[in-house]
Design a protein around this ligand. Sequence first.
Ligand SMILES: Nc1ncnc2c1ncn2[C@@H]1O[C@H](COP(=O)(O)OP(=O)(O)OP(=O)(O)O)[C@@H](O)[C@H]1O
Length: 246
Amino acid sequence: MPLFGSAPAPTDAALELPPGAPLVSLHDVEKSYDVGGGKQYVLRRISLDVRPGEFVTIMGPSGAGKSTLLAILGLLDHQWTGDFEFAGHAVHRLAPRDRTALGRRHVGFVFQQYHLLDDLTVAENLDVPLDYRGVKKSERQALVADALDRFGMVGKKDLFPRQLSGGQQQLVGIARAVIAKPTLLLADEPTGNLHSAQAREIMELFTRLNRQGTTIIQVTHSEENARYGSRIVNLKDGWVVSDEKN
Ligand SMILES: Nc1ncnc2c1ncn2[C@@H]1O[C@H](COP(=O)(O)OP(=O)(O)OP(=O)(O)O)[C@@H](O)[C@H]1O
């Protein structure tokens, strides 16, 4: 099933990346909080390259810094130091406003708690990222209709998130994350609130998206979910302690 409709997923050529260039490249990225007159580091000298088309899993104990790293990768967090190249842009040199714009153009985010907008219907939730990107209304309507169809949610389009099951809400969350054809899909414990059958469905969906060209970075505690990826990066106390092919 093509999850992007007729349009292909972005490729490194479409991104104008030189062949073999990473989509994401972090060099000595650090993040700390000021606590009690001192600094508490939550990420230490993170150096990490992710090539277009990879499916990377970030694992590690609670508090290791996984969600913090994902928020930086997703251009949601601007309070860090170090070098970060994203899709050929030097993020560390961009103003916060330009970082946000870059993120909106390239990144889809799936959260454990879905983060759907409660006052908007399913169809309206799907429209939000397209609106952000300035897609014309007629085109937005076509893309939303297409996504509802592909994700099997046509009959639910006028329902509000509270009228859906957890698994259905997460499907909407994923549809919303991919509707604008992101270059990079980030997922933070995407199946954390789901039953195992629903979790497998979501992971199989990610596998299909990845095969169609979307680069994926997921955070998970689940060994089973990690098996869907091609590489596992382990964090501990803010440090990368291992980075291996799966
Ligand atoms: N505002 C803050 N001030 C101080 N420390 C913070 C703040 N926000 C987060 N932290 C610390 O940052 C560290 C990393 O948190 P993060 O949420 O990235 O961990 P995680 O690996 O995703 O954990 P989990 O698996 O439990 O979700 C934690 O020790 C946390 O206490």
